[in-house]
Ligand binder design. Structure first.
Ligand SMILES: [Zn+2]
Length: 145
C-alpha cells in the first residue's frame, strides 16, 4: 500500500460545475488527483480520448511550503488543463498537435487571469499524522522518484 498522503485534495462539485459552465464546456471532464505522482509541483494532464484530467500532486514538496501557495498552484494546473478541454471542444482533438505553442499559451493565459476567481473549486487540507510525520515524508519522497 502507498503511504497515506499528508494533504487531502478534494473537488467541490458545485463550484467545479460553475467553473466548467463559465468556460462554456458542454461536458464536465472528470478530474482525478494522483497522489503518488511525479516530483515537482503539480503536473497536469488532459486526456482528449476520455475528456478527463489527471492532476499529479507532489505532496512531499508542498509540505515544506505554505498551503495557500500550494492551493494556488493546484488551481492554476486545473484551469490550464480545463482550457485544453475547451480547445478540444472548439477545434477537435487534432488541433492541439498542430498548434502546441498557441494551445499552451492560451491555457497559461487563461489560468493566470482566472486563478483568483476559482480558488474554492479545490479544497486542500492537511491530514494529521503526529509523530510519524517525518518518517512518512521520507518514504513518500522515495515513492515518487
Ligand atoms: Zn498544457
Amino acid at each position: 500500500m502507498p503511504p497515506a498522503p499528508r494533504l487531502k485534495v478534494t473537488l467541490v462539485p458545485a463550484r467545479y460545475s460553475a467553473l466548467c459552465q463559465s468556460l462554456g464546456l458542454t461536458e464536465e471532464p472528470p478530474v482525478r488527483f494522483v497522489t503518488n505522482g511525479k516530483p515537482g509541483k503539480f503536473l497536469g494532464m488532459y486526456w482528449p480520448a476520455t475528456n478527463s484530467i489527471d492532476i499529479f500532486c507532489n505532496f512531499a514538496s508542498i509540505e515544506s511550503g505554505r498551503l495557500i501557495h500550494a492551493q494556488g498552484e493546484l488551481i492554476d494546473t486545473l484551469l490550464h488543463e480545463l482550457k485544453h478541454a475547451h480547445q478540444k471542444q472548439l477545434h477537435g482533438s487534432e488541433w492541439y498537435r498542430k498548434n502546441v505553442v498557441k494551445a499552451e499559451n492560451e491555457a497559461n493565459e487563461y489560468a493566470a487571469s482566472n486563478r483568483h476567481l476559482w480558488r474554492g473549486v479545490v479544497q486542500l487540507k492537511r491530514v494529521q499524522h503526529g509523530s510519524a510525520f517525518s518518517k512518512l515524508s521520507r518514504h513518500a519522497s522515495r515513492q515518487m522518484v
